[in-house]
Design a protein. Structure first.
Length: 272
């Protein structure tokens, strides 16, 4: 993999931190005093950060996480419910911001990994479901308390949850509002990897760096095709999928990957 310099990305709220190194972009949710609940400013900032990272050649994979050892995300900031979500119109505007964040993650052309520990609740489940890969520490707890709050979950986000967790698990989570532990989530196929808490960061970053070393055009093509095959919202047309796959064979990276394989060396992909 080519070498990349470290960099930070500007963010309209201090409650999100975005930086990149070694081809890996990291967006950290930085609201630990509220167990990383997301307020409206954070929801609105997420699509901007995802777009900025996706447009940067120095970012080939993105990791979403809680800052430091804090929980992943405990959902929307309930303290805003009595003000910003007090009416149907306010609730709809808030949900629109949620859905824009989920859609931005799902449509991001580079792979996105949810690195989770502690709590992944409510809107945090939506964020995790929008990601391509979900990894967690032992002891992580998942849940959607929407039924206890009288909140309707955004339909586009629900499609992502069903695609990630499955129809049966989604019904269980939403109807019972119970909490699901990490071991059960892994057994049900909702998690791709489950590690000891002490190993979570090292293992996740090793996975991210391995992904960053792969051919960007091939990963973009694969992500788009998987989304289309899964029927996810925002999927591109068959013609666009064919064009993405065809572009791989016309790329410098294809020639590099072929030559590196024959020469028994590591490929140096450039994303073109």
């Amino acid at each position: 993999m080519k070498s990349f310099s470290s960099k930070s990305f500007s963010c309209p709220t201090p409650r999100l931190i975005a930086e990149a190194a070694d081809g890996v972009g990291v967006i950290s949710i930085n609201n630990p005093e509220k167990r990383n609940a997301l307020d409206l400013a954070m929801w609105r900032a997420l699509p901007q950060l995802i777009a900025a990272m996706a447009a940067d050649d120095a970012v080939r994979v993105i990791v979403l996480r809680g800052v430091g050892d804090s929980p992943f995300a405990s959902g929307a900031d309930i303290s805003e419910f009595r003000t910003l979500r007090a009416s149907a119109a306010g609730g709809k505007a808030y949900e629109d911001s949620n859905e824009e964040a989920f859609a931005a993650i799902a449509a991001c052309p580079v792979p996105v990994i949810a690195m989770m520990r502690g709590f992944c609740m409510g809107g945090g489940v939506g964020i995790a479901a929008a990601c391509d890969l979900r990894v967690a520490a032992e002891g992580t707890v998942f849940g959607v308390p929407a039924a206890r709050l009288g909140v309707g979950y955004p339909p586009q986000a629900m499609r992502l949850v069903v695609a990630a967790f499955g129809d049966a698990v989604a019904r269980d989570l939403f109807f019972t509002a119970r909490r699901l532990d990490a071991a059960e989530a892994k057994a049900l196929g909702a998690l791709h990897r489950l590690w000891a808490d002490a190993d979570l960061e090292a293992e996740t970053m090793a996975m991210a760096r391995a992904i960053a070393g792969n051919a960007p055009l091939a990963m973009r093509s694969a992500k788009a095709s998987i989304a289309a095959a899964s029927g996810l919202p925002g999927s591109v047309s068959e013609a666009e999928l064919l064009a993405l796959a065809g572009a791989c064979f016309d790329s410098e990276d294809y020639a590099e990957g072929r030559d590196a394989f024959l020469e028994k060396r590591q490929p140096q992909f450039r994303g073109r």
